[in-house]
Design a protein around this ligand. Structure first.
Ligand SMILES: [Ca+2]
Ligand SMILES: [Ca+2]
Ligand SMILES: [Ca+2]
Ligand SMILES: [Ca+2]
Length: 267
C-alpha cells in the first residue's frame, strides 16, 4: 500500500476559485469584479455599523441565485467547533441587524451537496445573519460573520461551499451579498492512498509530498504520456520528497515497477 500526502507551501485559508454561478432576478451588483470580489479574505475595512460596500468587495446573487466557491490549496476540515465562516455585509442599524440571507451547502467533490439545516424564524443555519467585525476572519471568537460546523453534517472535510439566496423562503431584508468565506479549521494536505502499486495524482500545486508505504523500494513518477518525471529510493516507510521539479498535470506514481504487470505494445 502506498499513501501519498501532498503538501502545498503557499496555501491560504480563503476560497480560491468559483467554478460556477447562476444569477437570479435583481443580480448585477459586483458581476464586473467576479470572481475576485468573493475570493480571498473579507473586506478588512468592514465594521458592524459601516459594513462592506463596493462592487470590488461584494457579489449580489439575485433572488434564488447561487454561487459555488472552491478551495484548491486547502480543505476545510472538521475540528473542534466552527470550521468556516461566511461573511456578508450585514449592518447594525442601531435598532437591529439588516440581514439578507443565503442557504449554505457543502461538498467534497463539487457534485454531491449537503445543506446545513436552517430555521426561517431564528435564521439559525443561514449565512447573512451576523455582521463582520473587521477582526481576524479566521477566529470565530472575534470575526463576526456566520459560522458553520462540519460536525453537524457528519463530514470530516469539504472543498466546496455553495451559497443560494433564500428568495421568498425566508423573510429577510432582500438580496444576499457575498463578501468572502474563511476557513477556520483547515489543512493543506491532500491524502491519496491505494492498495495497488500505482496511483495517479492530478494536482500540480503541491511543492512537497510524503510517501508512506509498507514496502520499501523504488518509487517512480510518470507523466500521462509516459515520460519519467522523477525516481526516488524509498528505504524507510515514510519519506518526504521535494516535488518542485515535477511538471504540472496528471502524474502516475508506481512503487517497484518490477511488481507492475508488463505491457507489450504490438506494432
Ligand atoms: Ca485557499
Ligand atoms: Ca467542527
Ligand atoms: Ca447585504
Ligand atoms: Ca469580498
Amino acid at each position: 500500500m502506498i499513501t501519498l500526502i501532498l503538501l502545498c507551501m503557499l496555501a491560504d485559508p480563503w476560497a480560491d476559485a468559483s467554478p460556477a454561478v447562476e444569477y437570479g432576478p435583481g443580480a448585477g451588483y459586483g458581476q464586473a469584479y467576479y470572481p475576485e470580489n468573493i475570493l480571498g479574505p473579507p473586506d478588512p475595512a468592514a465594521t458592524p455599523e459601516s459594513p462592506s460596500f463596493g462592487e470590488n468587495n461584494l457579489l449580489t446573487l439575485g433572488t434564488d441565485g447561487w454561487v459555488v466557491l472552491e478551495f484548491t490549496d486547502n480543505s476545510i476540515i472538521n475540528e473542534d467547533g466552527a470550521d468556516f465562516t461566511v461573511f456578508e455585509n450585514v449592518m447594525d442599524t442601531g435598532s437591529g441587524y439588516f440581514q439578507e440571507c443565503a442557504f449554505v451547502e457543502v461538498s467534497q467533490d463539487g457534485q454531491y451537496w449537503i445543506q446545513f439545516p436552517w430555521d426561517a424564524t431564528t435564521l439559525e443555519g443561514l449565512a447573512g445573519v451576523m455582521p463582520t467585525t473587521g477582526e481576524d476572519p479566521t477566529n470565530p471568537a472575534v470575526s463576526g460573520g456566520d459560522q458553520f460546523d462540519l460536525e453537524d453534517l457528519g463530514l470530516d472535510w469539504v472543498r466546496f461551499v455553495k451559497l443560494t439566496d433564500c428568495g421568498d423562503a425566508v423573510s429577510d431584508g432582500g438580496l444576499f451579498d457575498l463578501d468572502a468565506i474563511a476557513s477556520v479549521n483547515w489543512s493543506t494536505g491532500i491524502e491519496k492512498s491505494t492498495t495497488a502499486t500505482c496511483l495517479s495524482v492530478a494536482s500540480p500545486f503541491f511543492s512537497s509530498f510524503t510517501v508512506k508505504t509498507e514496502d520499501t523500494g523504488t518509487l517512480s513518477c510518470y507523466t500521462i504520456d509516459g515520460r519519467i518525471a522523477g525516481r526516488w529510493l524509498i528505504d524507510e516507510q515514510s519519506a518526504t520528497l521535494n516535488a518542485s521539479s515535477l511538471p504540472p498535470g496528471v502524474l502516475f506514481f508506481v512503487l517497484n515497477e518490477s511488481s507492475f504487470p508488463a505491457v507489450k505494445l504490438l506494432d
